[in-house]
Design a protein around this ligand. Sequence first.
Ligand code: NAD
Length: 339
Amino acid sequence: MKVAVFSTRPYDRLFLEQANSAFGHELTFFEPHLSFETVSLAAGFPAVCVFVNDRLDARTLMRLNEIGTDIIALRCAGFNNLDLDTASSLGMKVVRVPAYSPHAVAEHTVGLLLALNRKFHRAFNRVREGNFSLDGLLGFDLHGRTVGIIGTGKIGAAVAQILNGFGCELLGYDVTPNPDCEALGMRYVELHELFRQADIITLHCPLTPQTHHLIDAEAIAQMKQGVMLINTSRGGLIDTRAVIRGLKSGRIGYLGLDVYEEEEELFFEDHSGQVIQDDIFARLLTFPNVLITAHQAFFTDTALTRIAQTTLQNLADLEAGRDCPNQISAQSLRKTAAA
Ligand code: NAD
């Protein structure tokens, strides 16, 4: 199948081309994001392959449909950047990669947690400058601490498993409790209870209208003084302005982010020679107790290999008219929600 691959970085091309030797799709790589401004690049391609920061809103989808593109292959799990109702009403087929390596994201989450606690990011710089003082680097034992996991699906469960190994108390919040987490001793509680009890809170639910700004001023006010907050899920789960106020007051003692509400303009690009125009993001960078990575949690060779294989298999299934287990539609989501 002829596929226009958007938001291509060198590693996308490498892993997709390697996997494509088993499929033989005709892949054309474009660096820009797919958006209304760039949609004409897709002309002549029955399929587009997109990533987390491509913007598939209603008008972009309508334009895609007009130029004859009716297959959208997301090379990621989340689909908050796509208007699924519009895609389904236009009869477009949407496929995604629901799971490629929950361990990649879970391990990065725990990496952020450990680095923030033991201040690796600060210690690294100090030692390189010949400063061997420990002042300001005091951490806490993770063993025995209470961790609240919001969203206990594949990634949340993998985080729970790792932190169980550290001897943490596990609290969970999810619309559907996960028996694997319960088997680890996780206690499911209401959200306000999790906010009240957790020393560390980590977010692993999808971004939906219900979860948008789940962490807002009201939620932060219920949290323990000095709480650690980690978000490797989607930026929109957090009201960043409220979090900055929480950091300034000391209510939030540590913040680890792999995602950011307005990351589309920043992440996956080298802006090191430019002035950052986003004042909210720039403010975040000034805190010593904030550690940010640029949507990197998925970025392991295992995950990229599986993403490439599954994406190309999804396209092959649709091309051959086979049922694709990774196809999503507005109708299928409504059915799952009602079940
Ligand atoms: P999953 O579908 O296995 O788990 C999501 C869980 O969230 C489910 O258990 C679901 O019941 C729960 N949930 C849904 N709505 C909820 C709500 N309103 N409140 C509480 N829980 C709710 O998904 P996953 O594979 O674990 O991925 C989780 C998220 O991680 C994805 O949605 C994606 O946004 C993010 N992600 C980030 C990266 C990265 O590189 N940073 C990579 C992959 C996925």
